[in-house]
Design a protein around this ligand. Structure first.
Ligand code: V47
Length: 382
């Protein structure tokens, strides 16, 4: 039985939140949880989140030029929210060859991509060296491409396959060319939910241990939260507070990305998609609670272009990238285009009243002449 949100007997007032935001003070758990209630005006929440957003990132709307690579969709796990995975012998299962992977790298570089986002299934028969080799061949062939790869779910699997500590795996991946870790695999940390939607894969303790180890090795990482399925306000608040705690310790997270659940073709297809209002509320609350995160990303692929644009006034300062070859959300029914051109992405940021700035994965401004580019300065964040 999923627990209801904590009772709001002595509910903190929004005035306290308003004062704290003005003073740059931290919200506590009760204040954060209260903000999910429908009675808290969404526009006011957006205004408060926008204060924090503009304090940290001014009027900038970040984007990048990136390409996705999902080397296989075959996966030993059966997360209930996933439409991407396939069984070993299923007709839609695929495994990319080294040639196909290198071809994807070539295409990315020719299109001017600064980043390749690499995640995929945990194939029943592929050894750890197959995954390590993906990083090595791509980095050797295309050293300018930042490889943002493997969630803690994969790193934990590699450790299981090799019986080697996660730290050693991460160090070896870094040595082979891994640039940073994406934010996936976080889902909802609270076991009341996690045990129901993805009971077998890396648990919350392991997810955090891997990000901590990555940060200690000098690798930056992102964090996500999958919302709009069976979780409630209590679980979402708990999720954000856990992230804030590790960030206090290491400072290694760059960006938080709330991920709206897409139900099509999943075992949770009876659950309706979260509304635009829910997505804006989630973005705003995340911006207010995660006071130690520099960036909030509105991932346009899954929010839809309209909600991603509106998010730029509700706490978000980044809308991710041009995104070639995205599969995870499109398999789950996302109706967004598979790619946006740079002109389109800049126009949609401008239309939302923000100044488009191309960034690299580590948030340096990018200077570019066609497909040739260099990282310039890092924009200062308060
Ligand atoms: O962990 C899977 C989610 C994540 C569905 O770091 C789904 O920059 C909604 O983490 N509906 C992977 N969500 C994607 C991810 C990500 C995306 C964009 C940018 C970054 C970054 C990271 O996708 C998974 C899971 O939480 N997911 N299936 C679905 N049906």
């Amino acid at each position: 039985m999923i627990r209801a949100a904590s009772p709001s007997v002595a509910r903190p007032s929004l005035d306290v939140v308003r004062e704290k935001v003005g003073a740059g003070a931290r919200l506590d758990a009760a204040e954060a949880e209260m903000l999910w209630d429908d009675s808290v005006d969404l526009h006011e929440l957006g205004e408060l989140a926008n204060i924090v957003r503009e304090r940290k990132n001014g009027n900038v709307g970040y984007y990048n030029i990136n390409t996705h690579l999902n080397p296989t969709n075959v996966c030993v796990y059966r997360c209930t929210f996933c439409a991407f995975r396939a069984d070993l012998r299923e007709a839609r299962g695929y495994v990319m060859s080294d040639e196909q992977i290198l071809e994807r790298g070539r295409e990315a570089v020719e299109a001017g991509s600064t980043e390749m986002h690499i995640v995929g299934g945990l194939h029943h028969q592929k050894p750890y060296d197959w995954y390590l080799n993906i990083i090595r061949i791509l980095h050797d062939a295309y050293p300018s491409l930042h490889l943002k790869a493997w969630t803690p779910v994969e790193i934990n699997w590699f450790s299981h396959l090799t019986k080697r500590p996660i730290r050693e795996i991460l160090a070896e991946m870094k040595e082979a060319g891994l640039g940073s870790l994406p934010g996936g695999g976080a889902e909802i940390f609270h076991p009341e939910v996690r045990d129901k939607i993805c009971e077998h894969k890396a648990d919350t303790k392991e997810w955090f241990a891997i990000h901590r180890a990555a940060h200690e090795l000098g690798l930056r990482s992102n964090a996500t939260m999958l919302y709009g399925h069976i979780e409630n306000a209590f679980h979402r608040t708990d999720h954000l507070l856990k992230l804030r705690e590790l960030q206090d310790e290491t400072g290694g997270f760059q960006t938080f990305i709330p991920l709206a659940f897409h139900p099509d073709n999943t075992k949770l297809s009876h659950i309706p998609k979260p509304s635009a209002a829910m997505s804006l509320r989630t973005m705003a609350i995340a911006r207010l609670v995660l006071d130690n995160f520099d960036h909030m990303k509105a991932y346009w692929i899954m929010l839809g272009i309209g909600t991603a644009q509106a998010s730029l006034a509700y706490g978000a300062d980044d809308i991710d990238g041009t995104v070639r070859h995205e599969l995870i959300y499109h398999d789950a029914g996302a109706t967004t285009p598979e790619i946006l051109s740079v002109d389109e992405i800049r126009r949609l940021i401008r239309e939302a009243g923000r100044e488009p700035v191309e960034r690299d994965t580590l948030y340096h401004r990018v200077e570019r002449d066609g497909a040739n580019w260099r990282s310039a300065e890092k924009l200062v964040v308060r």
